[in-house]
Structure formats: C-alpha cells, structure tokens
Design a protein around this ligand. Structure first.
Ligand SMILES: [Fe+2]
Length: 278
C-alpha cells in the first residue's frame, strides 16, 4: 500500500514514524498507538457524558464556494449519487453518523463528498472522486474511496457538504491524524480529525458529524401528499432527476441532483438540490 506520510518527526507520546509504520504493517490501530492525543472523540462517545453536542465546525479553504456562490473551481454541484468513489490509490473507508445537537440521529442528511485523487489533483471536468449520498434511518453513512493525495499549500483532507432536510449547509473538511502538514496548514482544525486505523492494504476512518439541528429529527419517510401552501408543480414524494424543472412559490427551479422529494426539501430550502432559474 501507499501509506499516509507520517513524517519523520517524533510523535507526541514518543511514538516514532518507524514505530507507526511497523504498527501499520501489523494492522494495529494508529489511534491507539499514538495515544489519546491523536484519538479524536466521536460524537456518539461524547453523548454518553450528557449535555448538548458541539456542532461540527465550518471549514472553508476557498477552493469551494460559499453557500451563495455555488459554482467554485473545485466544488461542483450535481455530483453522482454513490457511496463508492472509484479510482486508483490506497483504499479508504470513512463511516460514521450524523447527529443533531441532542445526539438525535439525523436521517436523510445529504452528504456531498469531493476530494483530490492520489496525485493531489481534483477532477474539474468530470466527477472522479465526487459523490453524494444520504444518511440512513439511523443517521449512518459510509464512503468508500481512496486516500486523497497532497497538493501544494494544504494538508491531506476530504471536503464535504452536509445538509439535513430543510436546514442550512455545513461546508467542512475531514483530516487525517499524524500528517506532518497538519501543523502548518492554517485551515486545519483538530476538531475535524478522523479516527484512522489500518485495515488490510487500506485505511478505515470514522467521523461523526454534528449539525446545528435542535430537537427531534425531521420525518424520514417521504410523503406522498402534494405540498400545500406556496403552490407550484413541486411535490413531496416525487422523484426528480438532474435537469428537471419545477415551480414553487412563483419561482422556477432546476434540479441539480436526482432525489426523491420530501417535506422539508422544498426547493428554496435545499440549494444543493435545486437551483433557482427564474
Ligand atoms: Fe481541497
């Protein structure tokens, strides 16, 4: 495998690169060997102690747009819906849960991932290493991909936009423990460290998102009843494909990503799914 570059410096707790590489060879979890300092706590663990969860921090490195400016050089809307991003590189899985502030699992959260390939390049023509998925009824997700390559100026990272139905988009990034550039990347945030362990020839990472959603999660079951209120052709329960257009509240919207509409995903509320065109 092509291991994550762990650097040559002494690790906190006296673990050397050599020790870590040896650990990788025998498949031991790096997070355990590197001590608690390198072990990012998961929201599901923190919740046991009680009290509200801290939301996952926002993180933006200017290679993706703000919410209002959806066409950025590296983020591309309309990524394919898929949980596996195929391509050559060190296999990596990222899995976990999406919670609200009260640790309630959030179903049907849109998670849109994008990352560099093994050489540190983004595909700005096609959709390599881009894909979106939705959390299941338990709030769980799983991404199968490769370890992203490094590119100038940044530490190793994976981009993601997370959006619960009818809620704002969280744009953030996930990081790898033990990366030398974590110390020099000004955008890097230790609260966004994944737990990473070796798994055969690849890496297995976990991360729990916490979205700024109060109380009980929205209903996860699609409603077949047409929406009432503002009016238009948009209907909960209908399946839309990218490119479809609907009207809602007197405006026209174009579908960016195929999905089955549900209450809470009215076009003005989900800019990741609908673009207003008139
Ligand atoms: Fe990036």
């Amino acid at each position: 495998m092509e291991p994550v570059d762990l650097g040559d410096e002494e690790r906190p707790g006296g673990i050397t690169r050599k020790t870590l590489l040896k650990a990788a060879l025998i498949g031991a979890p790096m997070s355990i060997l590197a001590g608690t300092a390198a072990h990012a706590s998961l929201a599901r663990d923190v919740a046991v102690t009680g009290g509200p969860l801290l939301p996952t921090p926002f993180c933006d490195d200017d290679d993706e747009p703000t919410v209002e400016q959806i066409e950025g050089p590296y983020f591309k809307p309309n990524s394919p819906q898929r949980t596996t991003l195929p391509g050559n590189g060190t296999p990596l899985t990222v899995s976990g849960y999406v919670f609200g502030l009260s640790c309630q699992p959030l179903a049907n959260v849109l998670l849109d991932f994008w990352q560099a390939d093994a050489n540190g390049a983004y595909d700005n023509v096609g959709f390599n290493f881009r894909g979106h998925q939705y959390t299941n009824a338990n709030g769980a997700y799983k991404l199968t991909t490769i370890v992203p390559g490094l590119y100038p100026g940044r530490t190793r990272h994976i981009h993601v936009k997370a959006q619960a139905p009818n809620k704002p988009i969280l744009t953030t990034q996930l990081y790898f423990p033990g990366e030398p550039r974590n110390n020099t990347d000004t955008i890097y945030d230790a609260r966004l460290l994944m737990n990473v362990r070796t798994n055969g020839a690849g890496l297995e990472a976990t991360f729990d998102f916490v979205l700024n959603v109060q109380g009980a999660p929205p209903s996860s079951s699609p409603s077949a009843s047409p929406t009432t209120g503002p009016g238009g052709t948009w209907q909960a329960g209908r399946t839309y494909a990218a490119g479809d257009t609907v009207t809602y509240g007197g405006s026209t919207y174009r579908c960016l990503q195929g999905h089955t509409a549900q209450a809470g995903w009215e076009p003005p509320n989900v800019p990741a799914l609908w673009q207003r065109i008139g």
